[in-house]
Design a protein around this ligand. Structure first.
Ligand code: ADP
Ligand code: GN1
Ligand code: MG
Length: 358
């Protein structure tokens, strides 16, 4: 089906005059649409390999966006999904693909902070998101990807892929796999604290990369949080940690020159300040474990990239052969650096918490 005909299924203003692929997400296919009425929209095809139940996923996303829209002053601070002429917030095409559309808010996303203020703004956005959803009825949310950040389960899945060695790639990555396996116990600590009830379950975003925050094109202040597909009950520490993993790293997520990859402690401090200023309801135990959140989520993503490399690149979009291995190695390098800097990160958190909370 032609992309323009998919666009016409939604209740938008005007006729599509241009539809261009854009964005740098690894999961969905994203298109920017311009109409002859001068309006701009985002059209997305939901990745069915990743999200097994797109209908319930859209129920989650629409209830969360409705809730957020009732809390914000500026309508640009929450996504606005557009229904089809038939009423639902998705369109199912002849090939069984699910599509959805939302207003293009007129901002921009970054793949790396251009200044510490950009990063601070993203911390405020994710902290506010955490705070605004603190009284959302979590039990009404469907788990769009079960066990998404359950590191114990992620290790189980990695071991399955190691045992299957579906593409015969294991022997060439044995040293990398050993690195991951040596850190299994440490990687599972937060999940165990969640299971014992020491860490509270909250409504979390679960994919808090900088490129999932929209910045205002004039003021550069953070407007809203995008990519709500993985909003589910989870740990606040992973929302914090994933932002650090992506935005406080000194190199891109898929940097090939590992000597360039480390964690910038100054950016860690900047983000910690913004997040704690906005997410005021975190418990002392959560605050104390924020550095561990950064380390664990980085290690977890390394296991996910490695699993996908062993499986034959089925999950993440790749740009070249071996891309997932490059990503896994970059994340392992970053995790190792975080492990070395754990004491320094803890000192920073303690100092920031004193300033922010008094
Ligand atoms: P994915 O699951 O593929 O990451 P996203 O919803 O995050 O899907 O969209 C992919 C990317 O498209 C985002 O990371 C961002 O770069 C870009 N994007 C999406 N919506 C907007 C928007 N309203 N304005 C600017 N960029 C956007
Ligand atoms: C994926 O969709 P995107 O690109 O924002 C992934 C995250 C990973 C991230 C790594 C649903 O996020 O979990 O951390 O890639 N999303 C899903 O860049 O698996
Ligand atoms: Mg995204």
């Amino acid at each position: 089906m032609q992309i323009e005909n998919i666009v016409r299924k939604f209740l938008i203003e005007g006729e599509p005059v241009s539809c261009k692929e854009f964005g740098s997400g690894h999961i969905n296919y994203t298109v920017k649409v311009l109409t002859d009425a001068g309006n701009e929209y985002v059209l997305q095809r939901i990745n069915k390999y990743v999200f097994k139940d797109p209908v319930r996923l859209m129920e989650n996303v629409s209830s969360v966006t409705d809730f957020l829209r009732s809390r914000v002053d500026d309508p640009r601070m929450a996504l606005h999904y557009i229904p089809t002429h038939e009423g639902p917030f998705y369109f199912l095409d002849d090939e069984g693909e699910y599509w959805r559309m939302y207003d293009f808010i007129g901002g921009f996303c970054l793949d790396a902070p251009e200044s510490e203020e950009d990063f601070y703004q993203s911390a405020l956005a994710f902290g506010r998101f955490q705070h605004m959803l603190s009284d959302f009825p979590a039990h009404t949310l469907f788990e769009t990807i079960p066990e998404f950040h359950n590191t114990i389960d992620r290790y189980r899945q990695l071991k399955e892929s190691i045992a299957a060695d579906a593409c015969g790639r294991l022997s060439s990555v044995q040293a990398d796999v050993d690195f991951l396996m040596e850190r299994e116990e440490l990687g599972c600590t937060l999940q165990r604290l969640r299971e014992s009830g020491e860490l509270p379950l909250r409504v979390t975003h679960n994919d808090t990369k900088l490129n999932n925050v929209l910045l205002d094109k004039d003021s550069r202040k953070s407007l809203c949080v995008l990519d709500l597909d993985t909003v589910m009950p989870g740990l606040s520490l992973y929302d914090f940690g994933d932002s650090i993993r992506f935005g406080a790293a000194t190199a891109a997520e898929d940097e090939q020159d590992l000597s360039k990859m480390s964690m910038d402690l100054h950016l860690f401090e900047v983000y910690t300040r913004g997040f704690l200023e906005a997410a005021t309801s975190l418990t002392d135990r959560e605050v104390e474990l924020l550095p561990m959140g950064a380390f664990v989520i980085t290690l977890e993503l390394a296991t996910r990239f490695m699993k996908d490399h062993l499986d034959g690149d089925l999950y993440f979009k790749t740009a070249y052969p071996g891309h997932n291995l490059v990503r896994a190695r970059a994340q392992m390098k970053l995790a190792a650096d975080m492990q070395e800097k754990m004491d320094q990160m803890q000192q920073i958190v303690a100092a920031v918490v004193k300033q922010v909370r008094g």
